[in-house]
Every structure is written in C-alpha cells, then in structure tokens.
Ligand binder design. Structure first.
Ligand SMILES: [Zn+2]
Length: 346
C-alpha cells in the first residue's frame, strides 16, 4: 500500500445556478482526524487581515457548531503564517481572506495520507470578492438578500475539514449542503450533519495515531504490515511497562506530524530508517517475546546517526526531544530497560 500525501480541495459555492439535486445522506471525504487522541484539538490560526469586522468571531462560532465530546476545533492567537498563500503545507492550520474564483465563497484544502486517510493539515480561505453585487454578512441575525452569511460558510468549510463531503439530505438543509443562498442561515447542525460527524468520531480511538510516522518509515520494509504489528506489540508490551517507555510513547504522539512530514520530504532519510528497521525487527521481536535481545555497538551507532539525521531537519521542540533521546541512549541503563542488551565488543 503506497502512502503519499494527498491534497483534497473542497469548495462551497454561491448558489444561483444550481439545478435541483437528488437528496442523498452525508458523505465522508477520504480523510479525517479520528486517528488523533483529541481530534482537531490543534490550534487554528486565523489571518484576520482584510476580513470584515467580527469575521474572526463568526469563524470560531461556525467551527464550534461541530464540537462534541469526541471532536473539538480549537483556535490559537490570530496570525498570518502562510505568507498570504491560499494553501501551503507547513503544519499550520491557516484560515485567511483572499482571492478565489467568483461565485466561490470559501475553499478548504485538506492534506492527508492516502491509504490511512490520516489528515495532517487543513487550510481554509474565504473569498474577498465572490460577487460584484453581494457582500459578506458577519452578524448574528439574519442577512439580507444581498448578503451571504459568513458563519454558515465557516461551519460548512469546517465540516469538510473534519471529514465530511456534501450532502443534501433533509429535513432541513444540512450545513454540508453544496451551496448557500444569499439571506440563508445554516449555522447549526441538522440530524444528517450530526450523523456524519458521529460516524467518523464517535467510535474513534487513539490507536491509529501510532501508525502515522512509522507506517511511512516502514514503506520500504519488505513486509511493512508485519513490521508495524511488531512495533505495536513492542509499544504495548515493553514500552508501557516502564516510566521511560511511557514517556517515549508521549514523545512519539507529540511529534507524530512533524516527523511524518520530515520523512515524506526526505526520501534518503526514509530509506535509511527502513533499512535500519529491517535489521532491527528480529531483535525487537525477540524483546517482545521476552527473549533477551542483543544490539551491537554498530546498531546503536546507526540509530544515533538516524536520530541526528531527523534532528537536522527538525524544529526547535523536536530537536530538544531528540537531544533527550540521544542522552538516554548514552546512559547505559536505558536500552536494557527496553529489553535490549548492547554488545559493546562488537
Ligand atoms: Zn463544500
């Protein structure tokens, strides 16, 4: 199964020329955040430059329509962190205001991994010039027939980001309906919107988050499914049994997206990790089975080289974490605590 970063683009259009469509129930996009422990609990960053007054508030309120116990949109301080680009993959979920085609109100770009469908980034733009005769409405009452409701558009685009495609199923027009008319408000979820959201998140666990960077690293391993299974077993039997091991699982979750992006951008590094993983799998398997496993000094050196390779591409926080990992490896007690003995004569 080949995994590459896939970009999905979804737009909401301004209704005027839409013919009657057959009603259909909610549809899922190929990707979502259900692999995360706190789905979409990463901060959105709104670039308020040029936005109408209160647009930031209405964007947050539009997003909040989707929040429930298993899913929550969160926002950080406003900022323009994507150089004014409509979409740029940079680990920042940017919302901005700028040019789109006439008639298009807003557009969402979703970056995810093919195969697993793990969403890594969402970017969103509201059109600053969607019509010569209509304008945005950013209030909380009812827009006039020459105004289009910002909050309705925000709720719709956020729905794409969480993993829903268009739906026209009644009763009532869903937030995820393809188009919005001037004067129309759809700020709250219909039963169909709720069913769609719950289909994705109500039964989601955090299991698959683990698969993200490792499954990329395992791409070039001969039997990557088996390799992932072994790594999962290692996490669930060995790592969870020590304090340090648990800390490492946390590190792993914390840096999963950044590490994935580094691996995707650096095929050489990925190939080296895959080669090393292939060599170490029998050793890891043996540790999982409770048989003392032996790492050679050369294995340890190679692991250190790979960590340095990731470190050279990493941001500040990941660098700091990797420094700790390297220090732990130097400390003679760490590897044995994970069931590995280092053969220093080799
Ligand atoms: Zn749409």
């Amino acid at each position: 199964m080949k995994k590459t970063l896939l970009k999905i683009t979804l737009a909401i259009i301004c209704a005027s020329m839409l013919a009657g469509k057959e009603a259909s129930a909610f549809q899922l996009t190929p990707s979502n955040w259900s692999y995360k422990k706190n789905p979409m609990g990463e901060n959105w960053t709104i670039c308020s430059e040029g936005m109408p007054e209160d647009a930031v508030k209405r964007t947050r309120e539009g997003a909040a329509a989707w929040n429930y116990e298993h899913f929550k949109f969160t926002f950080g301080p406003n900022g323009c962190l994507s150089g004014g680009e409509e979409t740029i993959v940079n680990e920042i979920h940017q919302i901005n205001f700028g040019e789109l085609e006439p008639g298009v109100l807003g557009r969402t770009h979703i970056w995810s991994f093919t195969g697993s469908g793990e969403t890594v980034e969402c970017d969103m733009r509201f059109n600053d010039n969607f019509s010569a005769t209509l304008e945005w409405y950013t209030g909380v009452d009812t827009p006039s027939t020459s105004q289009v409701d910002w909050q309705t558009t925000a709720a719709h685009e956020m729905g794409h980001c969480l993993g829903l495609n268009h739906s026209e199923l009644g009763p009532g027009k869903p937030v995820m309906a393809t188009s919005t008319k001037p004067g129309e408000i759809r700020r709250t979820l219909t039963e169909d919107d709720i069913n769609g959201r719950n289909e994705i998140y109500s039964s989601s666990g955090d299991e698959e988050e683990f698969a993200c960077p490792l499954s990329i690293a395992a791409l070039d391993v001969t039997d990557s499914e088996n390799a992932l299974e072994t790594l999962r077993n290692f996490r669930d039997t060995i790592m969870v049994s020590t304090q340090k091991g648990k800390q490492y699982i946390k590190f792993f979750y914390k840096h999963a997206i950044e590490t994935s992006l580094i691996l995707l951008r650096n095929p050489d590094l990925r190939a080296q990790i895959a080669a090393q993983l292939e060599q170490l799998l029998p050793v890891i398997e043996s540790s999982v089975n409770g048989v003392p496993a032996m790492l050679t000094a050369e294995n340890v050196n190679e692991i250190e080289t790979l960590l340095a390779g990731i470190q050279s591409k990493a941001g500040h926080r990941l660098k700091e974490t990797l420094r700790k990992v390297k220090a732990d490896i130097k400390d003679g007690a760490f590897l044995p605590s994970l069931g590995f003995n280092v053969d220093s004569d080799n």
